[in-house]
Write a protein that binds this ligand. Structure first.
Ligand code: GNR
Ligand code: NI
Length: 183
């Protein structure tokens, strides 16, 4: 029985091996796990704050993601279970992306400008959305997570390594005791 506010989950930071793994499809028997996971994923995403969160980012290897672009600052939650790309535009678009698993790192990522995605919603109903703009980028970013792909994997190895090294350095500095910071 769920009681009180959903608990926020710790977000895995790169280079966690769980972020590189392919998540498995939600199947019969996963209902209780998914029902318990979704409110926690939304709470974690809103708290971060972020506009999307994939289950592998919180250590669950299931093909589940949540998205909310908060249009006009109004919560508009979107739950994606077993999402699949049905179509991608030939036209590409470039925009700055960030990722809760690569905190404080941002880079311009080029992806198809429009995406059609098929998925099951939180009630198990089959749905399909055709997205452009930020939603198209966010959906592709979340589906990538389910295949163990991060936005830096779309960059040149030079840019990717720069970001991963900077992140490793910042993570090290945060974890070090303040007295050891300059040691
Ligand atoms: O909060 C997020 N912002 C964002 C901006 C541009 C493209 C994708 C995203 S998703 C990201 C949250 C996240 O890490 N989701 O996996
Ligand atoms: Ni991400």
């Amino acid at each position: 029985m769920p009681a009180g506010l959903p608990e926020r989950l710790p977000i895995l930071i790169a280079p966690s091996p769980l972020l590189k793994a392919r998540a498995r499809a939600v199947a019969a028997g996963d209902e209780a796990t998914v029902r318990d996971l979704l409110p926690r994923m939304f709470a974690t995403m809103y708290d971060a704050p972020g506009i999307g969160l994939a289950a592998p980012q919180v250590g669950t290897g299931l093909r589940v993601a949540v998205v909310d672009l908060m249009p006009d600052n109004v919560q508009t939650p979107l739950t994606l279970i077993n999402p699949e790309i049905v179509a991608l535009s030939e036209e590409m678009a470039t925009r700055e992306e960030g990722c809760l698993s690569l905190p404080n790192m941002y880079a311009e990522v080029t992806r198809p400008a429009r995406a059609k995605v098929r998925f099951l919603d939180e009630t198990g109903a089959r749905r399909e959305i055709e997205a452009d703009g930020l939603l198209a980028a966010c959906l592709q970013h979340e589906l990538d997570h389910l295949d163990g792909v991060l936005f830096v994997d779309h960059l040149s190895s030079l840019k990717r390594n720069m970001i991963l090294r900077r992140l490793a350095k910042e993570t090290r500095q945060k974890q070090d005791a303040p007295a050891r910071r300059f040691a």
